[in-house]
Design a protein around this ligand. Structure first.
Ligand code: ZN
Length: 484
């Protein structure tokens, strides 16, 4: 199965063959996390927890249900989510007086409580997060980890006394994004979403996007500045030094299991997954190369190497199944284990282990007396090279254009969701000048059935030329792409 020629099928094949989740559960879009996929996701969660705990956030866990009365307090928010939520209307045999929403995200669950928790400026900033499942009634074609109805979700919510302090929180969140994505070896864009595409209720939204093998982009998460848009309807105020009761300024930052979808898609190849060492359930797999006369000796050497690696903190698997080495190689390639060790009679004689890198197939040996630093070095090299390759692909996917005619017409426009034609790699992520007006933006999007992802959030990616639609001079660059 070819990743670049037939990405959609390749992706589903990988999820199934590597046993990451089971989509046979009898509710569409609600898949079962099977052990290998869950292990990878838990590493991502662990790093998120480390980051959030390390920046003075507290972990909380809010109820799954939200009363309709609370859910409907912020009018843009409800408009944005109304068609996507699941409702609970009955308990036992009784109709509920107030129907309950199954959380699609937790603003409306948390904010009534924030208004009770926050009394004075000494309670600020309030910084909490949770890792929970959220639910959205997805009507488009579902796809494991990328478009599901039950979503493994991370969300942080903060309250601040001033808009500036909330702005600092956005910057801190983006630093967390940067460090997390470094560990996952994933490239990304940080783009300020257009006004018509920001999170319902937000003052502004920064989207975190990455490019898939078919040149469509996948939104991995987002950071929102709410100003006082939610604190007003939820009456979240604090008493300041003068005895006044101003509204708090709020932010949120969210990411989801889409990170796993991106890890699979960005790094994998035609033979299987390629996992970044930081999230690989096993970083090293040891395969004994046995012959009849040295079986005991080889097994003993493998166990010794395994124990040495494990006690140094590596996640290591000794595959001692009664099977041919070639078939074991094949299995662990599909599962994306970054580094394979082979140990046979000759390796023992020479005091080495033979290694093979999953990312580029390179083979070599590590001397047993430098096993620990040697293993660490190669795993670091694998991470570096995955990162470099992924960034290079993302850069190569972007095409700077001066005219809308440079975008190929969409042959699939109007095609039904169940009949999506394979994307042509001719379609790219486009960068161009945009005057910023909504009319030009809509015209651009409608003509090509393409989405404006936004404008660069960080400085250093400016433009000097004309708006691609109206021709007015502009210094603002915008990015657009088809999205997953
Ligand atoms: Zn314009």
């Amino acid at each position: 199965m070819s990743k670049f020629e037939n990405y959609n099928e390749w992706y589903l094949d990988m999820v199934e063959k590597a046993k990451l989740s089971d989509k046979r559960y009898p509710i569409k879009g609600m898949n079962v996390w099977t052990p290998y996929g869950w292990k990878i996701m838990r590493f991502v969660d662990t790093y998120l927890r480390e980051e959030l705990d390390g920046t003075d956030h507290d972990e909380v866990c809010f109820p799954l249900f939200i009363p309709e009365t609370e859910f409907k307090k912020e009018k843009d928010h409800i408009k944005g989510f109304d068609s996507e939520v699941f409702w609970v209307t009955k308990a036992g045999n009784n109709e509920l007086d107030v129907p309950l929403v199954v959380r699609p995200t937790s603003e409306t669950a948390m904010y009534p409580m924030f208004s009770l928790w926050i009394r004075s400026h000494q309670d600020l900033p309030l910084k909490v997060y949770q890792i929970v499942n959220t639910f959205r009634y997805e009507t488009k074609q579902t796809r494991p980890f990328m478009r599901v109805r039950e979503i493994h979700f991370f969300e942080s919510h903060t309250c601040h006394d001033t808009e500036e302090d909330a702005q600092c929180q956005v910057e801190e969140d983006l630093e967390i994004v940067k460090r997390l994505m470094h560990r996952l070896c994933l490239p990304y864009f940080l783009l300020k979403r257009t006004d018509w595409d920001k999170f319902p209720g937000a003052h502004y939204t920064v989207g975190i996007d990455t490019v898939m093998p078919n040149h469509r982009t996948l939104q991995l998460g987002s950071v929102h500045h709410y100003r006082t848009n939610f604190s007003k309807p939820y009456n979240i105020t604090y008493e300041d030094e003068n005895g006044d009761h101003p509204y708090v300024h709020q932010t949120t930052y969210g990411m989801s299991e889409r990170l796993l979808g991106a890890i699979i898609s960005v790094h994998g190849d035609d033979s299987g997954l390629i996992l970044p060492p930081d999230v690989a359930p096993f970083q090293v797999v040891i395969i004994p190369i046995l012959s009849k006369k040295n079986a005991d000796e080889v097994t003993k050497a493998c166990v010794a190497v395994k124990e040495k690696l494990a006690s140094a903190g590596f996640r290591v698997k000794l595959d001692d199944r009664d099977d041919r080495p070639g078939s074991k190689f094949f299995d662990w390639e599909i599962k994306g284990v970054p580094l394979r060790f082979e140990i046979g009679g000759r390796d023992i004689e020479n005091g080495v282990v033979t290694f093979a890198r999953r990312d580029n197939g390179e083979k070599g040996t590590i001397a047993l007396d430098s096993l620990i630093p040697g293993t660490k070095l190669i795993l670091d090299q694998i991470a570096d090279s995955l990162r470099a390759k992924a960034w290079e692909f993302q850069k190569g996917a972007v095409k700077a254009i001066e005219s809308m005619d440079e975008i190929p017409k969409d042959e699939t426009k109007g095609a039904s969701e169940t009949n999506i034609k394979e994307d042509s790699l001719d379609l790219r992520v486009y960068s161009f000048g945009w005057c910023g007006c909504e009319e030009c933006g809509h015209k651009f999007e409608d003509e090509h059935d393409i989405k404006i992802l936004g404008t660069p959030y960080l400085p250093g990616d400016e433009y000097d030329g004309k708006c691609i639609v109206c021709g007015k001079p502009t210094k603002t660059k915008a990015y657009a792409a088809r999205t997953m």
